[in-house]
Design a protein around this ligand. Sequence first.
Ligand SMILES: *Cc1c(COP(=O)(O)O)cnc(C)c1O
Length: 372
Amino acid sequence: MKQQAPPVPLSGPYLDEREEELVLEVLRSGRLSLGPMVDRFEEAFAAYLGVPYAAAVSSGTAGLHLLCISAGIGPGDEVITSPYSFAASANCFIYEGGVPVFADIDPRTLNLDPEAVRAAVTPRTKAIVAVDIYGYPCELDALRAIADEHGLALIEDACEALGALYKGEPLGVHGPPAVFAFYPNKQMTTGEGGIVTTHSEDEWRRHRSLRNQGRGDAGGWLEHVRLGFNYRLSDVASALGLGQVEKLGEILPLRAEVARRYDELLAGIDGVELPLADDADHIRSWFVYVVALPDNATRERVIATFEREGIGFNRYLPSIHLQPYMRERYGFREGMCPVSEDLSSRTLALPFFTGLERDAQERVAEVLATAL
Ligand SMILES: *Cc1c(COP(=O)(O)O)cnc(C)c1O
């Protein structure tokens, strides 16, 4: 019998004894929620990025929801966002009654095309939710100019882009409030979790209140000054987060190295379009490694081979406006965002994580070449 090579998973966290030690410290302290580890995590995270304020929350989606509340998005307000993203970047304002308006993307960067955003502005537009997809910084300055011109809020979904640089500075420090996420496939993980960064102390205090059932800063445990949520991050999860922040200086370069090896291994394969390279204004933080294939039929052929060979993959990313609930609720159809729809039909995520070894990558490249 032919010996089957070991499977290559799509993703996996990068943890060691340091996270175990910090989690154990929390367990032994008896303070499992609203304890000091949350503050330690937030302070370390804010210091790493160089942002003044960060509020940890239970997920990236929760963080985005809080920013939509802060922006005052309410029933009937239109919010312009990217169709080529994870559903959370549109769901976050629908929770508040906001209406999604999808602007098409730039086929190079896969991020919102500022001209498409400008064309989508109406008197009912309230905000823009920009996404740094696959860790590649969006066109922040152009989007900010549009937002300023029309008096719109700009919210940055940087959930995939921790450590990415725009014009030489990390995402999060540029001004617009941003959200980072810590699901296990992200650059760093807390199991589940997210964090909201802001430059405004008032906004930060409001986020801390909103995540904690609307409790006030003073007042008692049973005084609620606003409609809030339970979006708290536990101290156990925060301990994981602290351990991860401490090793971001190791994690991010390792991920860049994994990506560089793929670039090299895949460069000679006909029909594989590699992720966009960095330029002076955009330095990607590697979240996933997504290639574009010539068409959907080719992608399905590659996927069938990957399945047979035990190689992880995902069809990153379907266009949000064509998801069943979006079609049903808003009547969205094919043809609304042709660039996004085309890329959705033929982009594919390859196995990618911090500890991915060269041998496994060689195997992925080999199988991909064979399938093509
Ligand atoms: C991961 C992610 C989120 C947040 O996801 P959660 O699972 O809620 O933490 C939001 N937007 C994008 C683009 C993401 O990739």
